[in-house]
Design a protein around this ligand. Structure first.
Ligand SMILES: *[C@@H]1O[C@H](CO)[C@@H](O)[C@H](O)[C@H]1NC(C)=O
Ligand SMILES: *[C@@H]1O[C@H](CO)[C@@H](O)[C@H](O)[C@H]1NC(C)=O
Ligand SMILES: *[C@@H]1O[C@H](CO)[C@@H](O)[C@H](O)[C@H]1NC(C)=O
Ligand SMILES: *[C@@H]1O[C@H](CO)[C@@H](O)[C@H](O)[C@H]1NC(C)=O
Ligand SMILES: *[C@@H]1O[C@H](CO)[C@@H](O)[C@H](O)[C@H]1NC(C)=O
Ligand SMILES: *[C@@H]1O[C@H](CO)[C@@H](O)[C@H](O)[C@H]1NC(C)=O
Ligand SMILES: *[C@@H]1O[C@H](CO)[C@@H](O)[C@H](O)[C@H]1NC(C)=O
Ligand SMILES: *[C@@H]1O[C@H](CO)[C@@H](O)[C@H](O)[C@H]1NC(C)=O
Ligand SMILES: *[C@@H]1O[C@H](CO)[C@@H](O)[C@H](O)[C@H]1NC(C)=O
Length: 501
């Protein structure tokens, strides 16, 4: 186990405080038939600014180890922060150009962030969570696991909290919430969002809260999610040595458009496209795989006519390098377009194609997360969306005949888009922020039948107020998009989030 030295550089005075951090950091991982964990040697502990291209933001609070028997192995704890540490920028090439409302208000001042870890397991495990300096030893009576329907056994030993997670053949996804580390979101901000009494120089500061500032949601400051997934079937792990597999070299990826193979495979490691580029796949590619321990800063656009198209693996696809609503047709700048602003998943797929998406985690989406040109039958399972701090960060389209199951959504906007018939949605854990309903049926007149949703757990929501254009609701229908300007109550601060999709 290595004990890193953490240095803080304090303002203009060249004054570095160095100390041996008590956080154990290591790379003692495991990969056997019971348990698989992984580690990023380029983890960067940095809760405030963008991380280096080749680095992965690592939790500045939590370390996690997992044991299937008596031995604990490290499981990397990722972290996502609002705007990924960039300012309120409008262009990927100009950090000083900023201003457009993006749904982030007091989060920076409040220190809001979201950490997560992911591992694969095939037996009961114990998850050991250790918080860093400055936190009291955990008290299980003051830790809430959400969904609260889960009844995992907790115990403590010194600074560590232990949670027993029984094996399940469905992914277990839950939030661990320390009750001594919560932030109360209070309404009444002049921008329609939240206020804070912490930093007079920060946004939406008030000297003290009054009755104009009701509490609208209480969430962990340092959120922590645990994703425990069963091992995937071999049919969902491509053979890396096949000549039909293109293995992406680590580091900067300039283009995938000349790939001639049918599978694009990201092995463990860090990859980045940059804020003005994304992963456009060549027409030969019908399968993209993110191996556990891969971290890809980019977005995927398919261009295949294959009948079966896939995205698999337990890696991360992160939109952290993009500006809010990055418009591909306008240099990836913040210029919202329903047609050309970047989705994490997009491309040519149509209704005669089937898309299987199993395993990936999406981080820091810049916009709606999935829209294809047509409406492929989509089978999405064991899928995670984290760090959706921007406003218009919708869930996926649920095209006709689709099945969605075992999904965690941290989501800013329309979460489940029930625009089409004959769909089945099961076992969702939803952490909603401020915009639009969780089940969105509206934006256009629709004839929809046979939509089934079951076992939906909403663990958080913080709607700024009642609103008929962007309904603050579990199930709602926004008015016809084409008539929306006729609606007199549209608050301008929320009007930017209107979408056809
Ligand atoms: C752990 O770190 C050491 C030293 O950096 C390195 O040699 C080793 O390959 C790493 N092991 C794993 C499993 O990453
Ligand atoms: C960035 O934007 C600011 C504000 O519009 C402008 O003054 C500056 O020249 C721009 N910088 C570059 C490198 O374009
Ligand atoms: C609450 O405080 C704000 C100033 O932060 C003030 O403008 C407002 O009138 C107050 N509201 C009430 C109900 O006292
Ligand atoms: C693709 O290959 C062609 C021909 O070799 C080359 O001219 C082009 O620059 C390549 N495109 C990309 C994006 O790498
Ligand atoms: C998709 O492939 C077709 C050829 O099949 C090509 O003409 C088109 O430019 C490609 N689109 C993108 C976005 O690469
Ligand atoms: C925004 O992008 C569109 C392309 O989607 C372009 O036509 C338009 O000129 C851009 N608007 C501004 C203000 O740059
Ligand atoms: C699927 O439909 C599109 C038009 O939507 C068509 O261009 C394509 O050839 C069809 N593909 C197959 C495999 O039938
Ligand atoms: C309802 O949708 C499901 C798919 O979710 C489909 O299997 C079933 O046949 C549909 N039922 C009817 C009556 O169309
Ligand atoms: C919905 O179905 C009804 C009855 O079939 C039809 O009259 C109406 O035009 C349909 N509306 C839309 C928006 O498709």
């Amino acid at each position: 186990m290595r004990f890193p030295v953490v240095c803080y550089l304090v303002s203009t005075v060249v004054f570095a405080v160095c100390q041996a951090a008590t956080l154990p950091r290591g790379n003692r991982t495991v990969a056997n038939q019971h348990l698989q964990t992984w580690w990023h040697p380029t983890g960067e502990i940095n809760p405030s600014t963008p991380v280096l291209d080749g680095n992965v933001r690592q939790s500045h609070v939590y370390t996690i180890q997992v044991a299937a028997d008596k031995t604990y192995y490290d499981s990397f704890v990722y972290e996502s922060i609002p705007r990924s540490g960039y300012g309120q920028r409008l262009s990927p090439t100009n950090d000083t150009l900023g201003g457009n409302t993006d749904g982030v208000s007091i989060e920076g001042v409040a220190g809001i962030n979201m950490a997560w870890t992911q591992f694969l397991y095939a037996t009961d495990v114990t998850v050991k969570i250790t918080r860093g300096d400055g936190f009291a030893p955990p008290d299980p009576s003051k830790v809430v696991i959400r969904p609260t329907t889960l009844t995992y056994r907790m115990s403590t030993d010194g600074q560590s909290l232990y949670i027993k997670v029984p094996y399940s053949d469905r992914e277990q996804k839950f939030s661990v919430e320390f009750q001594d580390d919560l932030w109360s979101y209070r309404g009444g901000g002049t921008d329609g969002l939240f206020v804070q009494d912490v930093d007079p120089n920060g946004p939406n500061f008030v000297l003290s809260y009054n009755s104009s500032n009701p509490v609208l949601g209480i969430e962990p400051t340092n959120a922590l999610l645990i994703f425990a997934s069963p091992f995937p079937p071999s049919s969902e792990v491509p053979d890396k040595s096949r000549h039909s597999t293109y293995v992406v070299p680590k580091g900067h990826v300039a283009s995938l458009q000349n790939v001639t193979q049918s599978t694009v495979y990201f092995p463990p490691g860090v990859y980045w496209f940059g804020g003005a580029n994304h992963g456009i796949l060549s027409p030969s590619v019908d399968w993209v795989h993110f191996a556990p321990g891969s971290y890809v800063k980019g977005a995927i656009e398919y261009n295949t006519t294959a009948s079966l198209v896939k995205a698999t693996g337990y890696g991360v696809l992160s939109g952290e390098q993009y500006v809010y609503q990055a418009n591909v047709a306008d240099g990836y700048t913040n210029n919202k377009s329903d047609a050309t602003s970047l989705r994490m998943w997009s491309g040519s797929l149509t209704a005669n194609q089937t898309w299987i998406c199993h395993g990936p985690t999406i981080n820091a989406p810049p916009f709606n997360t999935m829209d294809f040109h047509g409406a492929p039958v989509s089978h999405v399972s064991d899928y995670k969306q984290v760090g959706a701090f921007f406003w218009q960060t919708d869930g996926m389209e649920v095209y006709p005949g689709s099945t969605f199951s075992d999904i965690f959504y941290h989501v800013g906007d329309d979460c489940v888009k029930t625009y089409y018939s004959d769909v089945d949605i099961r076992r969702l854990v939803v952490w909603k922020t401020t915009n639009d309903p969780i089940f969105q049926m509206g934006w256009a007149p629709r004839n929809v039948t046979n939509v089934t949703a079951s076992d939906i757990n909403i663990i958080h929501a913080r709607y700024p107020g009642a609103n008929m254009v962007v309904p603050s609701a579990i199930i709602g229908a926004s008015p016809n998009y084409l008539d929306i300007s006729a609606t007199p109550t549209t608050p301008t601060s929320l009007a930017t989030s209107q979408t056809l999709n």
